[in-house]
Write a protein of this length. Structure first.
Length: 221
């Protein structure tokens, strides 16, 4: 967590269980690009900070009380969201969705009375970029369907539902460096893994693509 938050703030949410993961690395790339754009960075590594994605009684919504006081942990996360102008979750795509760590953060923190349930949304005016990393190749017919599914669930089902009208979903493909294709008949083909200079070039290009997604989202490019 970066407590030096002055000027516009970007909350970069990393959802992966390994500190040496590509997801964590892309989170750093995103944070660096946002910092270059003039944002103070609040880097929230959910696993490193010990966030428990499981719902608790203390954080279960009370439909009769939208002003329920949730747990201290959840209220601290709510304050970080409120302080952010831009929110960028960075995550691996698991089963065409977000991993349990990120889903649990949404379930517990983006709660009734805070993120939704009020005539004037508390999160209105914020901007949000969902950045997923997927093993599927960009040219895979399945990849387009996956993006549409993520867009419907994340941009429409979460961001728009909570009053965040400026939101996008972007996907970094071929994250494993092994081309994976599923054809129209459901046949799966996995290509040869990249190595050496080709592998280094592939991931350098992925860094540039991640930064480009941020730039386009911020309308800097």
């Amino acid at each position: 967590m970066n407590t030096d938050l002055t000027g516009p703030t970007a909350l970069v949410v990393v959802a992966h269980h390994r500190a040496d993961s590509l997801t964590a690395h892309i989170g750093d790339v995103v944070a660096a690009r946002l910092k270059e754009a003039g944002y103070a960075i609040d880097l929230l590594d959910l696993h490193a900070e010990g966030f428990d994605p499981r719902m608790t009684v203390a954080d279960q919504p009370d439909w009769d009380d939208r002003d329920k006081v949730y747990s201290p942990e959840v209220r601290a996360h709510m304050e970080r969201i409120l302080a952010a102008d831009v929110i960028v979750p960075v995550f691996p795509v698991y089963w065409n969705s977000v991993p349990a760590l990120l889903k649990g953060w949404i379930d517990r923190v983006w709660n009734y009375g805070f993120a939704y349930g009020r005539s004037k949304p508390r999160l209105a005016g914020k901007r949000m970029l969902w950045l997923g990393l997927a093993g599927a190749a960009e040219g895979d017919e399945y990849a387009a369907w996956m993006h549409d599914n993520l867009d419907r669930v994340l941009r429409e089902g979460i961001s728009f539902y909570t009053g965040i009208t400026e939101s996008e979903v972007a996907v970094l493909h071929d994250a494993e460096g092994e081309p994976q294709i599923v054809d129209a008949d459901g046949n799966f083909t996995k290509g040869e893994a990249l190595s050496g200079e080709a592998r280094a070039a592939h991931y350098a290009a992925m860094d540039r693509t991640a930064a480009a997604h941020v730039e386009r989202f911020l309308k800097l490019a």
